[in-house]
Design a protein around this ligand. Structure first.
Ligand code: AHG
Ligand code: MN
Ligand code: MN
Length: 336
């Protein structure tokens, strides 16, 4: 293939469909729906500052108080795009208490559920810092002729058939995997298409960065504090954006480690298993990295029992996650 040839996201996923022997095109359609929603969200994210100043949406005041929150907007757009195409039978979102069954579309027998964090890092929007959308796709467990059930959403991350994220950064990039490597597509605003820009992404074995909210240092368990001290002793550079998706994106490309341990406020960890940790762990593992909890369980093996379950997470370059594991073995205080 000509190296200079532009491959759009649509072309790429249609081409890849051939990799799945029994694929009906449904998964391809879902990924395309997410791509469309991402373009719409991207447009709004890019004019977020203007909306607040100018009140473009017609019902806002000068301070922007009544402007619809962008994470709710992103949530609605994703739901609408997924509903219209009829390719999925249910969705679960970080922004909704319960899962939402999708109406059946005639002639379609939708067998996938989609879970997402519509806008991750949303506290960063007002200050022009990158945010993203994270998504996760499973094949339903329940009978295709009946209603979608909670068990369809509470599957282990290792059962994901696809996962990915869209980062609305200096440029907008969609990164996804269907379990056969990871590819990245950068949005070319001049033609409005995501174009293949990063083929078969591999995470470096180690990197020069560590990423953790060091402000909580004193609230972490001793083994985490020792590991963070070690990162500092090694002269690693601390980078913490406060949008997990952006921190993971950097870690994926430049190598490093991202940690969100338990604190007093979040004894189980803060980040959500289904909407944040599973999909990002799937991507990182597919790129050759590792993702575990502070108790050293593999993220993708966790069995969530509720939709909004949280977990601790340590994720990134494989050699660095292994090293952190050693620290846990060495410093964990066993209660007597
Ligand atoms: P969200 O915007 O979807 O609620 O997620 C925010 C998350 C995550 O993106 C980020 O890594 C983390 O919260 C930051 O938390 P702290 O401010 O506690 O470090
Ligand atoms: Mn989030
Ligand atoms: Mn969110």
């Amino acid at each position: 293939m000509d190296k200079n040839q532009i491959i759009t996201l649509d072309e790429f996923i249609i081409h890849r469909q051939k990799d799945f022997p029994y694929a009906s095109g449904e998964l391809t359609g879902l990924l395309r729906d997410i791509g469309v929603a991402a373009k719409i969200v991207n447009r709004e994210v890019n004019k977020a500052g203007l909306v607040n100043i100018l009140g473009v949406d017609g019902n806002s005041n000068a301070s922007g108080d009544e402007v619809q929150k962008l994470d709710m907007y992103a949530n609605e757009k994703l739901i609408t795009c997924l509903k219209n195409s009829g390719e999925c039978c249910g969705i679960a979102s970080e922004e909704n208490e319960d899962f939402i069954p999708m109406p059946t579309v005639e002639s379609k027998n939708a067998k996938y559920v989609v879970l997402f964090d519509p806008l991750d890092g949303s506290s960063n929007i007002d200050v022009n810092v990158s945010v993203g959308t994270i998504f996760s796709i499973f094949r339903r467990k329940s009978d295709a002729n009946g209603d979608v059930t909670l068990e369809d959403f509470l599957q282990k991350g290792s059962e994901q058939v696809a996962a990915g994220y869209v980062l609305y950064g200096t440029s907008t990039i969609l990164v996804y995997s269907t379990g056969r490597g990871v590819n990245g597509f950068t949005l070319d605003p001049s033609i409005g298409e995501f174009c293949l820009s990063h083929r078969d992404i591999k995470i470096p074995d180690r990197g020069n960065y560590y990423s953790v909210n060091q402000g909580y240092y004193l609230k972490f368990d001793v083994e985490m504090r020792r590991y963070i001290d070690h990162c500092s002793d090694m002269n690693l550079r601390l980078r913490y954006i406060g949008s997990m998706v952006s921190d993971i994106h950097r870690t994926l490309f430049q190598g490093g480690i991202f940690l969100y341990p338990n604190t007093r406020k979040y004894p189980q960890g803060k980040l959500r298993v289904l909407y944040e940790c599973n999909p990002l762990a799937f991507i990182v593992e597919q790129a050759g990295g590792k993702a575990i909890t502070c108790q050293l369980e593999r993220i993708l093996d966790l069995q969530a029992t509720e939709l909004h379950q949280r977990t601790t997470i340590v994720i990134g370059s494989p050699a660095m996650v292994d090293e952190m594991e050693e620290f846990v073995g060495r410093y964990t205080v066993v209660p007597t």
